[in-house]
Design a protein around this ligand. Structure first.
Ligand SMILES: Nc1ncnc2c1ncn2[C@@H]1O[C@H](COP(=O)(O)OP(=O)(O)OP(=O)(O)O)[C@@H](O)[C@H]1O
Ligand SMILES: [Mg+2]
Length: 250
């Protein structure tokens, strides 16, 4: 569904992505690990088409269509949605209006706001004065209203208190599986596809992940079973990835 080939991209006048190759199949959830500053969020920005990230080489295919240079709104209309790590404050735009717009004018997201404990936030400017946890819940509510076919999640559980992680995890799970009404993945059950960044792996307690990737210094260094990669990172750090049978050179 998503195929990234030899992607190079710059941000702030510096090359951040240095030849990324990555595939996410239809109905698959891929997890992206990597140390701080390795380029994970920049990769998601390149896939979504944010203007601060300039693709200089390589390609991004979505459902077989080359989207490398499409504007962000066209990518959203094609069914790609993103939960940002640090979304900007949007002065003058009420959360309720954004959620309604994300749903194409429908009130489905507004009605869901109470489930996200956001019913009292709908008339506030987006992200202005929101707590870290409120921002995460607001991002997932917007995605739920948008109902994308492919979701990019940038550290959905980071900064969320232990009780609220359950809410976030459940809502992310609903987001990935609701199109088919299947509570868990089974053969022939087609879920929404996803690329999820996580440091702790806590979100993996809620969603089934099919494949994991480790990014280092702007490129994918290895892939493997998400749980194996996570265990390797916990035990050995990023430098020695046993699952991938490789050692990242210093
Ligand atoms: N707009 C920008 N201007 C300048 N530098 C940028 C910009 N965006 C990203 N970078 C730099 O690119 C590098 C990769 O950043 P990125 O946010 O992609 O890392 P990350 O892997 O998501 O890290 P983290 O795990 O801390 O979120 C960092 O050194 C960052 O400072
Ligand atoms: Mg990041």
């Amino acid at each position: 569904m998503l195929e990234i080939k030899g992607l190079h991209a710059e941000a702030g006048g510096r090359e951040i992505l240095k030849g990324v190759d990555l595939k996410v199949k239809k109905g698959e959830t891929a997890v992206l690990f990597g140390p701080n500053g390795s380029g994970k969020s920049t990769l998601l920005a390149a896939i979504m088409g944010y203007s601060h990230c300039k693709v200089t080489a390589g390609s991004i295919l979505f459902d077989g269509t080359d989207i490398t240079h499409l504007p962000v709104d066209e990518r959203a209309r094609m069914g790609i949605g993103m939960m940002m790590q640090r979304p900007p404050n949007v002065m003058g735009v009420k959360l309720g209006d954004l959620v309604r717009a994300a749903a194409g004018g429908d009130d489905v997201g507004i009605k869901a706001a109470a489930d996200f404990r956001l019913e009292r936030m709908l008339d506030r400017d987006v992200n202005v004065g929101f707590s870290g946890g409120e921002i995460k819940r607001s991002e997932i509510l917007q995605l739920t209203a948008q109902s994308p076919r492919f979701v990019l999640l940038d550290e959905p559980e980071s900064g969320v208190d232990l009780e609220s992680i359950d809410l976030i995890g459940t809502k992310v799970k609903d987001l990935l599986y609701r199109r088919t009404n299947c509570g868990r993945r089974t053969d022939g059950c087609q879920a929404v596809s996803a690329l999820v960044i996580t440091h702790t792996g806590q979100i993996l307690d809620y969603i089934g992940a099919d494949v994991g990737y480790i990014m280092q210094e702007g490129a994918i260094r290895c892939s493997g079973r998400p749980t194996d990669l996570l265990n390797d990172i916990r035990e050995k750090g990023y430098r020695d990835c046993i699952s991938c049978r490789m050692v990242v050179p210093s």
